[in-house]
Design a protein around this ligand. Sequence first.
Ligand SMILES: [Zn+2]
Ligand SMILES: [Zn+2]
Length: 292
Amino acid sequence: MTDSTGELTAKEIKKRKRRLPPPDPEALPGLVDAHTHLAACGGRTEADVRAILDHAESVGVEQVVTVADDMVDARWAVAAAHWDRRAFAAVGLHPTHAADLDDEARAELEQMVDDPRVVAVGETGLDYYWTTRSDDCADPTTQRDAFAWHIDLAKRSGKALMIHNRDADRDLLDVLAAEGAPETVVMHCFSGDRAIARECVDLGYVLSFSGTVTFNNSGELREAALLTPDEQLLVETDAPFLTPHPYRGQPNQSYCVPYTARALAALRGVDDHELAHTLGANARRIYKFPLR
Ligand SMILES: [Zn+2]
Ligand SMILES: [Zn+2]
């Protein structure tokens, strides 16, 4: 849009900037994107997945876990993990889609999870943000039932449980405790305060931090990241959302992981290359990646 003089309006300049991908960060070798959505980033063919992963690898992000949101997405995730050695999959139904968990979906997810390229069950958990804001969102009871089923599937399959939690800290930890947590629990896009972080750390859960930890208003989240021990720490994009500062609002992809990893290193007062090595090694151990 232009104003009467033909100049771009400030609003239009801002809008165009939001569509612009962030520049490449300086390379930080050894990293793994612990949670991304390749299909939502445009990776729906072998060539498109390869392009996204080539880009990521060029800045040191060597492998990614691509995560399902619904059944269609779960099939994309498994396909991507077979198209490219650098991608691994997580399969499950996002809590907002928990009502889709019928017998057919259960059977398909059970079959998918046996695939060696599938390293986690999820994302599953509780999302109380969308229950009051979207008519399509599953109600809390349906979410809890589906969450319990996913917890059991993680235990039966021996794969990591990939947790999504939005505005549901207490209930989420209570359901996990009541059902009995599997061996590996990853709190994706950790969003709790330092008390919740402490509780998760003490339970042996893994805390995965996204670009939100770099946002200006996330002091409490930074405290959470600071108290997480090295071996329970992961970094992720949750792309295409949650692009790290100063590119918040612009499109996110796995190649942006180094921005968040560097912010975590600065926060913890450690060398960025050293932390990247630790974060990558953690992901490979936690998800039990097949041999590289
Ligand atoms: Zn999520
Ligand atoms: Zn996600």
